[in-house]
Design a binder for this molecule. Structure first.
Ligand code: GAL
Length: 654
C-alpha cells in the first residue's frame, strides 16, 4: 500500500500533547512519522552529554500506536555550542567568511571537526536505534545541496581533489587551458574555490569552474557515504535516504543517491499557479526527475500540507482539492510514500507561519479532512505500490551539463533546466510517461530518446545515441550539443553538433545567439512558431529540413532537421521554441515511432500510468484552477480544479 506519513517535531510540543497527536495520526491511517532531523540540540545539549530519553519516549509512543518512524540524522542544524566552541565547523560563504549561526544548514560538510561531531551524533543514534523494528527508515541530514563552502578545509580538499585527478600541475594547466589571461597555476596552494561574489562566475575559467562544481558535488556525495557508512555498521539492512530539493546549488543527484536505498524529495508544488499556462507541468517534471535518481519509485519526505510562509510572505490558502490532488500527482509519477509537512504549524521559530496540516488553533480543519480522504482513497487501492511507470520515451540528464552550462551562459534565457522542461512539458501535454535517465544508462526498450543540450561531450552518449537510432529508435537532440570536451573546453576543428554531426546529418555553419528576441520559423507542414534565444544556421549533410527560419539573413535556412540514420531517425533542433513547437514536433516523432499518446488533452491535464502484475492504473490530474472536460476513447472525463481521477484498467474509476 502507498504509505502516508507525517513530519512531526515532538521537541516543539509539550509532552502532554504527544499522546493525543499520535492517537489522531494513527486514527487517520498514518503509517510513518518522520522525526528528529533538526533535534541535535535536544539530543546533545552539551558537548558529549547525550539525552535520548525524550526521543525514546516519542519513538515508543509512535510504535505503540502502530506506526513506525523515519528517523532523521540531525546534522543539518548543529547546536549553538558546536559553532561557538568549534568555529571550524561553520560553512564559509562566497565572500570567504564564516556564516553566522542562527538559521540552519551552516555546517561545512567537509570540515574534519564537523565530521567528528556529526559522526558521533549519528553513531549515537545508530547505536541506539539501528535495526529496531520501530525504525522504518533513516533520513540523512536535510535538503543537502552541493557543498559550495569556501572554508580552509574545503580549500585544502579541493586542492587534494585536483592533485589526485591531475597528478601534476602541468597536466592541470593543460586541461584548464590556463595560458589564457596568464592563469597558469605554479603551486597547488594557489588554487582556491572560485566563488567571488563580486563578479559573475562567467568571468572565471569554465574548465576551472567545472572541476570546482564536480568537487563540490563529490563532497556532498562523500558526506552521504560517510553518514550511511556509520548507520550501516550498526544495521547493514537499514533503509537510508535523504530529502532532496532543488536549491541554487544542485548536487549530482545520481552520485548522491548511489549509496542510498531510495530517492526522496520535498514536494512543494506551487500554491499560486503561474499565470502563464506555458509554465504548467513544472511539478510533473520535478517528480519525474526524482524518479530518475534511482530509476525506480521514490518517496516524498515533505509533502505540501498547508500554506507556505517563512522565508517569504504567507501564500494564499490551499485551494480545495489541492492537498489531495498534489499528493496523488506525486503517486502518479512514482511516489510510494508521502510524508506530509508537518502535523501542526509551529508556534515559534522562523517557520511559525509555514503551515502544517493543523493550524495554530489546533482544531480539525479542511486540510485534515482532505488528508483523511486521501488516506481512505489510497487504502482502497492496496496494490498500488506494486506498480511502476513504464515509459517508451527517455530523456538524458547529467549534472555535468548542468554544472557546465550554469557557469557559461550561452544566451540570455538559455538554461539546461529549460531545455529539459520544454521537451518534458510537451510529453506531459501528450500524456506520455518519460523516464529521465543518467548518461550511460541502457536505452533498451525505449522508442524515443530526448537529449537536451549535451554540452560536454560524453563519447559514450554519442555511441549509444548512434546505436539507438541505427536500431530503429528516434533521437531528438537540441542546440549547444557537442560543444565542449570533458575538461570544459571547446573543441578545435569541428563543426557543431560536433560528435553528433554524423548522427544528425547536418552541421552548424554559424550561430546567432538572439537572447530574448523573438523570431519565427516555419515547419514543413506550413505552421509557424515563435523561437527565441538561439539560432543555429544549419547546412544539410544528408538530413532534411523539418523547419526553416523565417527572418534575418538566414531566412530559409534549416532550423530543425530530420535525418534517417540506420533504421531510425535523428532530429536536431538548432533553436529554442515556444511550447507549441515541441508539441508539434514530438507528436510527429511519437506517431512515427508508435508511442502511445493522448493528443486531445487540455493544457494542464496530466495523464500517467502505473502498472504491475495486478494491472494498470491511469491517473488523470487537472493541474489548473479551471474545470477541464475532454474525451478519451469516446468517454467524457470531467476534472474539477486539482482533481485526480484514477482508473483501473479499462474499467472502474477509483
Ligand atoms: C523544507 C525544509 C523543511 C521546512 C520546509 C518549509 O525545505 O526541509 O524543514 O523548512 O522547507 O517549507
Amino acid at each position: 500500500m502507498i504509505k502516508i506519513g507525517i513530519d512531526y517535531y515532538p521537541e516543539h510540543w509539550d509532552k502532554s500533547m504527544w499522546q493525543e497527536d499520535i492517537r489522531q495520526m494513527a486514527a487517520l491511517g498514518i503509517h510513518t512519522v518522520r522525526i528528529a532531523e533538526f533535534a541535535w540540540g535536544r539530543m546533545e545539549p552539551e558537548e558529549g552529554r547525550f539525552d535520548f530519553g525524550w526521543l525514546d519516549e516519542a519513538v515508543d509512543m509512535i510504535a505503540r500506536a502502530g506506526m513506525k518512524v523515519i528517523l532523521g540524522t540531525p546534522t543539518n542544524s548543529g547546536p549553538v555550542w558546536l559553532y561557538t566552541d568549534h568555529p571550524d565547523t561553520l560553512q564559509w560563504d562566497r565572500t570567504g567568511k564564516p556564516t553566522d549561526f542562527g538559521i540552519r544548514g551552516h555546517r561545512c560538510l567537509v570540515s574534519p571537526t564537523f565530521r567528528r561531531y556529526a559522526g558521533r551524533i549519528v553513531e549515537e543514534l545508530a547505536k541506539r536505534y539501528a535495526g529496531r523494528p520501530e525504525v522504518f527508515a533513516w533520513q540523512l541530514d536535510n535538503e543537502m545541496e552541493s557543498n559550495h563552502c569556501t572554508c580552509p578545509a574545503c580549500t585544502r580538499a579541493f586542492r587534494d581533489y585536483l592533485q589526485k585527478k591531475y597528478g601534476t600541475l602541468e597536466r592541470l594547466n593543460r586541461a584548464w587551458g590556463s595560458d589564457v589571461w596568464s592563469g597558469q597555476i605554479s603551486h597547488w596552494d594557489q588554487i582556491k574555490p572560485l566563488l567571488s561574489p563580486d563578479c559573475s562566475p562567467n568571468w572565471f575559467n569554465p574548465a576551472y569552474m567545472l572541476d570546482y562544481e564536480r568537487f563540490c558535488a563529490a563532497s556532498t556525495a562523500d558526506y552521504v557515504r560517510f553518514q550511511c557508512g556509520i548507520i550501516r555498521r550498526y544495521d547493514p539492512e537499514a533503509v537510508i535516504t535523504t530529502n532532496s530539493c532543488f536549491g541554487a546549488n544542485l548536487p549530482d543527484f545520481h552520485q548522491e543517491f548511489a549509496p542510498l536505498n531510495v530517492a526522496a524529495y520535498d514536494n512543494y508544488p506551487p500554491l499560486v499557479l503561474p499565470k502563464d499556462p506555458e509554465a504548467l507541468y513544472s511539478n510533473a517534471f520535478a517528480l519525474d526527475f526524482i524518479r530518475s535518481f534511482k530509476q525506480r519509485n521514490f518517496w516524498i519526505l515533505e509533502q505540501l500540507g498547508g500554506p507556505m510562509g517563512c522565508w517569504s510572505p504567507i501564500t494564499p490558502a490551499m485551494e480545495p482539492g489541492m492537498l489531495e490532488g498534489y499528493a496523488l500527482q506525486a503517486v502518479a509519477h512514482g511516489a510510494d510514500l508521502l510524508s506530509f509537512f508537518r502535523w501542526r504549524t509551529s508556534i515559534s521559530g522562523a517557520e511559525m507561519f509555514c503551515h502544517g496540516i493543523l493550524d495554530h488553533s489546533n482544531q480539525p480543519n479542511r486540510r485534515l479532512r482532505e488528508l483523511a480522504h486521501l488516506c481512505r482513497r489510497l487504502e482502497a487501492i492496496p496494490d498500488l505500490d506494486q506498480t511502476t511507470l513504464n515509459s517508451q520515451v527517455a530523456m538524458l540528464y547529467s549534472a555535468e551539463q548542468e554544472f557546465a552550462l550554469k557557469n557559461s551562459t550561452q544566451s540570455k534565457g538559455f538554461a539546461y533546466w529549460t531545455q529539459m522542461r520544454l521537451l518534458h512539458d510537451a510529453c506531459m501535454n501528450l500524456g506520455v510517461n518519460v523516464d529521465i535517465l543518467p548518461e550511460g544508462h541502457s536505452l533498451d526498450g525505449y522508442k524515443v530518446v530526448l537529449i537536451p543540450t549535451h554540452f560536454i561531450t560524453n563519447p559514450e552518449v554519442v555511441r549509444q545515441a548512434e546505436a539507438f537510432a541505427a536500431a530503429g529508435g528516434t533521437v531528438v537532440l537540441t542546440n549547444r550539443s557537442g560543444v565542449k570536451d570533458q575538461n570544459g573546453n571547446c573543441i578545435l576543428g569541428q563543426s557543431l553538433p560536433g560528435a553528433f554531426r554524423t548522427l544528425c546529418g547536418c552541421s552548424v555553419q554559424e550561430y546567432d545567439a538572439i537572447g530574448e528576441a523573438n523570431q519565427r520559423l516555419r515547419t514543413i507542414h506550413g505552421e509557424t512558431h515563435s523561437i527565441t534565444s538561439w539560432c543555429d544556421i544549419l547546412e544539410l549533410e544528408g538530413a532534411k529540413a523539418w523547419a526553416t527560419y523565417e527572418g534575418r539573413f538566414y531566412q530559409g535556412s534549416p532550423a530543425i532537421t530530420r535525418n534517417r540514420y540506420g533504421k531510425g531517425y535523428a532530429y536536431y533542433l538548432g533553436t529554442v521554441g515556444e511550447k507549441g513547437l515541441y508539441r508539434t514536433l514530438l507528436t510527429e516523432v511519437f506517431r512515427e515511432q508508435g508511442v502511445d499518446m493522448l493528443e486531445m488533452l487540455p493544457q494542464g491535464v496530466e495523464v500517467t500510468a502505473r502498472s504491475g502484475s495486478g494491472g494498470t492504473y491511469r491517473f488523470y490530474f487537472n493541474n489548473t484552477t479551471a474545470r477541464k472536460i475532454f474525451r478519451i476513447n469516446g468517454e467524457s472525463i470531467a476534472l474539477a480544479p486539482f482533481e485526480m481521477k484514477i482508473k483501473q484498467g479499462e474499467g472502474q474509476w477509483l
